[in-house]
Ligand binder design. Structure first.
Ligand SMILES: *Cc1c(COP(=O)(O)O)cnc(C)c1O
Length: 379
């Protein structure tokens, strides 16, 4: 009865024009026609990343590019610094651990952003080869201070800053070159409005110098080999052809909205979501440094957050996300990155109001939507 509505922080909905492009008959990848597409995508990605660096494209989920960054930048005797403030921060040290790479972890309380001063102190203690962190920690809805950290690593010639921007690129302003980010990672299924299956990593000169020295075994995720290929408008191995054709369309859409337009739309949608939820009497999980990609919010006292997620699913065929690990049952998360507009926000807030009332929370119907509308009117 109800149309399926995907309001999770990834995967996110794919625009109709992109779906139809991807449905066309497959073309061969070693052709002039496909190289032209890759050339356009290559330039489009540089525009989106705000960089002159090349961006490598892998047929993988985002984690593939994360693993790639670890095995290409580091060597066996190197030490890495990891910021862990949630499920995705955790993934950095798990990858390091899998490859036996020495690492220190800065544990950040869930719902909080890392304090750049803690990183500064750590960088004085050890000669770290890389700092691994998230721009937007999707599991907690937190935005980490990338600009402040980039100022610390920029002038260290042998310490790379590696940023997982999978729910940040195309949402908030992260100028790769201005800030001196050495590897910026993203994936297809979040702000890029595509199905899962593509992972991206930009590589700075500093990053490439580390790649030259790296002695960790690697094969598919070989940054040096992929760099050579992308400079020839191709990929080393068979690319995910249909997804790259979809990406061409996505980048055209994003370009027509413009970077400023993208950042502004996401900021307004995020603010409307936050204000709407607060007006329902709910408490934000990350009030101090909220991400504009996803909003995490506590369910009311005594109400399992899983019930809210379930009510939305059962009543409205709508998918939002629950909490993970220590936040399971306590929070639910609404995605507002990618192919959404402000009307989608009113939609999900209305559904949350229904769900809260259904589960016994007292609120005046429309109170959250009203608060969100106010934000949209001011926008
Ligand atoms: C989605 C996401 C990833 C990638 O996860 P995959 O399942 O490998 O695509 C990594 N980091 C963050 C912050 C994410 O939101």
């Amino acid at each position: 009865m109800y149309r399926y509505r995907l309001m999770a922080p990834g995967p996110t909905p794919v625009p109709e024009s992109v779906l139809t492009k991807m449905a066309l008959p497959i073309i061969h990848h070693r052709t002039e026609a496909f190289e032209k597409i890759v050339a356009e995508v290559r330039e489009g990605l540089k525009w989106l990343y705000q960089t002159q660096n090349e961006i490598l494209i892998f047929a993988a989920s985002g984690t593939g590019a994360m693993e790639g960054a670890v095995v290409n930048l580091l060597s066996k005797n190197d030490r890495a610094l990891v910021v862990d403030g949630g499920k995705f921060g955790e993934r950095w040290w798990k990858i390091c651990k899998a490859y036996g790479i020495a690492h220190d972890v800065i544990k950040v309380e869930w719902g909080q952003a890392v304090d750049a001063k803690v990183i500064e102190a750590k960088l004085k203690e050890h000669d770290y080869r890389a700092v691994f962190m998230q721009a937007s920690e999707t599991s907690t809805g937190v935005c980490h201070p990338i600009e402040a950290v980039s100022k610390l690593t920029k002038n260290l010639p042998n310490t790379a800053l590696v940023v997982d921007a999978i729910t940040a690129l195309g949402v908030i302003n992260i100028p790769t070159d201005d800030w001196g980010i050495d590897v910026l990672i993203t994936g297809s299924q979040k702000a890029l409005m595509l199905p899962p299956g593509l992972a991206f990593a930009s590589v700075s000169k500093k990053a490439l110098a580390l790649c030259e020295k790296s002695d960790i075994p690697k094969f598919y995720f070989d940054f040096k080999r992929e760099l050579k290929s992308i400079q020839e408008n191709t990929t080393a191995w068979t690319p995910a052809v249909s997804l790259i054709i979809g990406l061409q369309e996505v980048l055209r859409m994003m370009k027509s909205e413009g970077l400023e337009g993208l950042f502004k739309r996401h900021a307004i949608q995020a603010k409307a979501t936050r204000e709407g939820l607060k007006a329902m009497g709910l408490k934000l999980y990350a009030p101090d440094a909220p991400s504009d990609a996803v909003t995490a919010v506590y369910s009311p006292e005594g109400m399992d957050a899983g019930k809210v997620v379930k009510s939305l699913k059962n009543k409205f065929n709508m998918t939002i996300a629950g909490g993970q690990d220590q936040a399971k049952g306590k929070i639910f998360r609404i995605g507002h990155l990618g192919y959404y507009d402000p009307m989608d926000i009113l939609n999900v807030l209305a559904a949350v109001e229904f769900a809260l009332i259904e589960n016994g929370h007292k609120l005046t119907p429309g109170v959250g939507i009203g608060a969100a509308m106010k934000v949209l009117m001011e926008g």
